[in-house]
Design a binder for this molecule. Structure first.
Ligand SMILES: Nc1nc2c(c(=O)[nH]1)N[C@H]1C(S)=C(S)[C@@H](COP(=O)(O)O)O[C@H]1N2
Ligand SMILES: [Mo]
Length: 432
């Protein structure tokens, strides 16, 4: 920048802060419809109400973002990331919280947006470059928040038609966008929120408005009774209704992972005890196109390792030492169910083909020919884990075909998408 030593000091300062300089206002003739003054008269809207909703939503989004990030790291672990195998229910909890906080955000976000949408029509639309940037960042936040909440609900409802992209990737990256925009928003609005919450609470209806309402009602024949004029909702009533809606959504869905509440889970896409062998199913054998291969009498489980190759039929698998573990299937979609699994320890199979279970990374492949979840990688700390099974039975019965007959992977504290069903091949020392 060229300096002008002669320019007066404030002139230089003003130029330096060009982003705060007022912009020329647009023609006043445009100030019509929703842009006219007082176009949104609801007395329910207030900075205090918006602040309270904002805090609730900020907490829900923050928890949802962190638990979602965790789920992403577990499914795509970078080198530095180690996810413990105990407690076996931890992922079930974090992912249950992820989906529950996301669902509770639906009414919070709806009412929050209602409380601020008149600002879409503020006049003048942009006061300065800084104001324009702030409005743009709120635009990004609103778009990202709606994208996350709507996409998440579509995903747990397994309705992918409206999403012409791979949900998981979109949800992950837009999650970062939402988190960044939320941080900017909190930074900008924190002083406003602090001030709004510090002020003594205003009465539910400003008296002037209440009087006006009574006067209006007196004119209206059908509502001549002044008591009727106050029938509108109060701010406290609105907050209570919003909290009740969030609570109702939680109570009618959280039973998808908390078994004693499963009877109330009328809005949940899955119930923990509904499905073959009392365990839900996401992908059926027919859906995966594996029925014929899984029921074929010539089925063999291939185990390839540095010191040998095995080809085991179902009888041979049953002849190996059997172990039992109570472990949950915890789907990324928020439902989970614990069952009693019986089968062969992965560590035993790994040792049989000449590898050290404590150091072996194992690739587990399904008979399923295509699909994102046709294989999964088991890290060494799970390979050696005595609870990691190639399960042949659930609840004492041979696996139902939809649960992965003849053999499926079940390992402790692991997302459902990584619990590969209809296993055809186990490659020991495979790609990390
Ligand atoms: N081969 C294969 N295995 C799979 C899947 C799949 O699509 N293909 N889906 C996974 C998902 S998303 C979940 S939640 C669990 C569910 O196991 P279940 O159907 O026995 O409850 O299986 C996993 N195993
Ligand atoms: Mo899943």
């Amino acid at each position: 920048m060229v300096r002008h030593p002669d320019a007066p000091l404030n002139e230089r300062r003003r130029r330096a802060r060009w982003w705060l300089a007022p912009l020329p206002p647009p023609p006043a003739a445009l100030r019509r419809g929703p842009l006219r003054p007082d176009a949104f008269p609801s007395p329910l809207r207030s900075t205090r109400l918006t602040s309270r909703l904002g805090i609730a939503l900020g907490v829900a989004f923050g928890v949802c973002f962190l638990t979602g990030l965790l789920s992403h790291l577990i499914q795509h672990p970078p080198g530095w990331f180690i996810w413990p195998s105990r407690p076996v229910w931890l992922y079930r909890l974090t992912q249950g919280v992820h989906v529950a906080t996301g669902l509770a955000s639906v009414p919070l976000l709806g009412v929050k947006l209602w409380s601020v949408y008149p600002r879409l029509f503020t006049w003048p639309p942009v006061r300065s470059v800084a104001h324009a940037a702030e409005r743009a960042s709120v635009g990004v936040l609103v778009a990202a928040a709606l994208f996350q909440v709507i996409g998440g609900v579509l995903n747990i409802s397994r309705w992918y038609a409206p999403m012409p992209f791979f949900f998981t990737t979109g949800h992950y990256w837009v999650g970062w966008l939402a988190a960044g925009a939320l941080l900017v928003h909190v930074g900008v609005q924190l002083p406003v929120v602090t001030a709004a919450l510090a002020r003594p609470q205003p009465p539910d209806l400003p008296p002037r408005r209440a009087e006006a309402a009574v006067a209006e009602a007196a004119v209206d024949e059908s509502a001549a009774d002044p008591a009727v004029a106050r029938r509108g909702m109060s701010r406290r009533g609105l907050l209570t209704a919003t909290a009740a809606a969030a609570g109702l959504i939680t109570v009618t869905t959280v039973g998808e992972t908390i078994r004693p509440l499963s009877g109330l889970a009328v809005l949940a896409p899955r119930r923990p005890d509904v499905g073959p062998q009392r365990v839900p199913v996401n992908k059926s054998a027919d859906g995966a196109g594996v029925r014929a291969a899984a029921l074929d009498p010539s089925y063999r489980l291939l185990v390839d390792g540095p010191g040998g190759h095995l080809s085991l039929d179902v009888a041979a698998l049953n002849a190996l030492p059997q172990h039992t573990a109570d472990l949950p299937i915890a789907c990324v979609e928020g439902w989970s169910a614990t069952a009693t699994w019986t089968g062969v320890r992965l560590a035993d199979l790994v040792a049989l083909v000449g590898a050290d279970p404590a150091r072996a990374t194992v690739l587990v492949e399904s008979l399923q020919a295509a699909g994102r979840y046709r294989s999964s990688t088991v890290p060494p700390q799970l390979t050696r884990d005595p609870l990691t099974l190639i399960a042949l039975r659930v609840g004492g019965e041979p696996l139902h075909i939809d649960h992965g007959h003849p053999a499926r992977l079940i390992a402790p504290n692991r997302p459902g998408v990584l619990q590969t069903k209809w296993i055809g091949r186990i490659a020991v020392g495979g790609p990390r």
